[in-house]
Design a protein around this ligand. Sequence first.
Ligand code: 3HC
Ligand code: NAI
Length: 703
Amino acid sequence: MQAGSQTGITGINDVVSIERQGPIALVGLNNPPVNAASHAVRSGIWKAIETLQDDPDVKVIALYGEGRTFIAGADIREFGKPPKDPWLPDLCNFIEDSKTPVVCVLHGTTLGGGLEVALASHVRVALSGTRVGLPEVTLGILPGAGGTQRAPRLAGIRASLDLITSGKPILAETALEHGLVDRIDAGDPRDVAIAAAGDFLEGKLVARRTCDLPVEDDANAISSMRAKLAKTQPLLFSPHKCVDAVEASRLPRDEGLKEERRLFNECMDSPQRAGLIHAFFAERAVAKVPEATATPRDVRKIGVIGGGTMGSGIATAALLADFDVTMTERDQAGLDRGKATITSNLDGAVKRGKLTGEARETILSQKLSTATELDALGDADLIIEAVFEDMGVKREIFETLDKVAKPGAVLASNTSYLDVNEIAAATSRPHDVVGLHFFSPAHIMRLMEVVVADKTGADAVATGFALAKKLKKIAVRSGVCDGFIGNRIMTFYKKAADYMMMDGASPEEIDKAVTGFGFAMGPYQVADLAGLDISWAANKRRAATRPAEERYIPIADEICEKGWFGRKTGQGFYIYDADGTRANPEALAIIDAERTKAGVTPRAFSEDEIVSRFVTAMILEATRVLEEGIALRPVDIDAVFLFGYGFPRFRGGPMHTADQIGAAELVRRIETYAQEDSFYWQVPVLLRKLAEGGGTFAAMNER
Ligand code: 3HC
Ligand code: NAI
């Protein structure tokens, strides 16, 4: 290729520039961190193409992104605000209709509107390892800039449906197989843009207008996806609209695009869109804590005390993230059990394709060591205690750690409920002590509460957050109270469920209503899975301090008295055996007997009433957690429930839901329920203030 005479860089605006290389015009985007297609990016590209396509010396335009990625999608922060011209769909059409061919270079995470810009270009070259995808469905919308119309023209209807309804990114190498990209290259995006444009000029890459390509009809793929989604996503709105939009790709371009726009707007107006986008930002907002400016301590070696359910899960998570781990137990038998669980967890990871067989061997032979004495943890940078939930046992362990741990080691407890201040007081270094509350199974669940005690050092907190990032978990900061953010609120709303059970609803009815709302599991399914013995022990611990006015429901305790602890013993509220899962008639008999003893005449509960009481109770206690400063912001509570308690993501979390219901309505409900039980149902001061002043929890996130 001959370089022409024209060179030089012209800035179109702050984020888009043109660089001339003879007949090649490079259009570079620089809108950190992810080159989101903000108004400036859209108008900059438009202006660049408008100028360049009328320049007779320009034979090809090459579009690429600076930094870590090509466009990662529309700018989500602009959603819900008045749209500003040019819109992304119009820009994509403008690119496709450009008189001068446009070559697009994909790198990093070319997602959503970024991939749509690429699909509208005439040639697509991706850097090796690029991830491409249309994740709009995860935000409650659908690809609204032509993605549902252009992807089927390149990849066919079946592959496009998979891409669009799953929202999962694929590797550029797979995208090449599907025809979504034309070539894979390696190197710097700008260099690749120059090389690809040169190859186009030499006829080695061919330009096509995507919308001129025919769509091969595939009615089977459409009907089978509809049937699948009806079964797997009955509560969600946008996946079904995605299928409708892809189906419209059988129409001519402009008609199909019009239908895509209509469906996109329906999704934009749906409350699920607001909930899912709130969840997206919640995941990121929780990292913004006062301690985020402190420097995390260096962690390479992790000690885990206890090889039970949690210890072995935590050790697995750390090993999968490439840490060296030493696990201790009381005796060799405990270590053998713990190691067997870790091995089986790693085998699961190999089966799911998350780990190679070779890496599994290395982990077990070189990264994991075990010991029966705490002295073995002398060189650990971070030690996580996961032994029985007993203050005496924990204090004893922390007293020993104080002697054996190296100076500067972070000493963490995985306690579910206990006072981290008291645990810290067992050491002479409370600034090193923090709660790191994992959720079961610890190598799978994404949530980790970082519990900050009175004397915990900011750098110990920052270390907890840095660890979570390495483990690919979401850390949420919590203050100290019985159960921290999550378990404290759960303990409270579980009582609302128990009151309904006592007053006439069966555990099955309650679970059905709660899962119908979108929770992954109902409260009795959760109780059986977690082990009824755990709450039994907590009930005994709290018995001495339980207020006399509190209505206490002893049904679960009575089930435990029989030795039935839920799934692990084959029965609890439900029976679990070879015939499947079903209500336990003997548990129902215990419920009946308790009602009779208490003189309760059972009444019917509708699904709506069950959900209303359950969710209102959750919001009530969550508001207190906020008032007391245990959670920093409402969004922290939302994240805890979204990522640790199976709260339906499309509802955005309990505080986001509270805003949807409205504070005034919540106060009205609490006051109505209080007519039966004025001790349990008390309106928190903050909620009343919001109701009276018309305020929202969302506004408290913005402070
Ligand atoms: N719009 C606005 N901000 C975005 C954004 C977007 N599309 N994507 C990421 N960001 C922001 C994040 O909020 C974060 O901001 P913060 O630092 O202030 O918290 C920052 O960019 C960095 O993001 P991450 O921390 O997530 O960075 P990672 O490197 O871990 O991940 C990513 C990068 C894979 C691009 C990830 O951010 C992501 O998945 N983003 C969303 C992608 C997406 O959903 N695109 C589709 C948008 S909808 C659309 O295109 C509609 C169209 O069809 C019309
Ligand atoms: P578990 O009973 O399965 O395991 C505890 C293990 O600790 C046992 O294997 C025991 O042998 C070992 N152990 C006891 N004393 C020890 C000592 N001095 N040194 C070394 N090992 C010792 O209990 P689980 O469920 O793993 O719980 C552990 C901790 O994690 C508890 O504090 C619990 O509240 C908390 N937790 C539990 C969750 C769950 O879902 N099970 C979730 C989150 C936290």
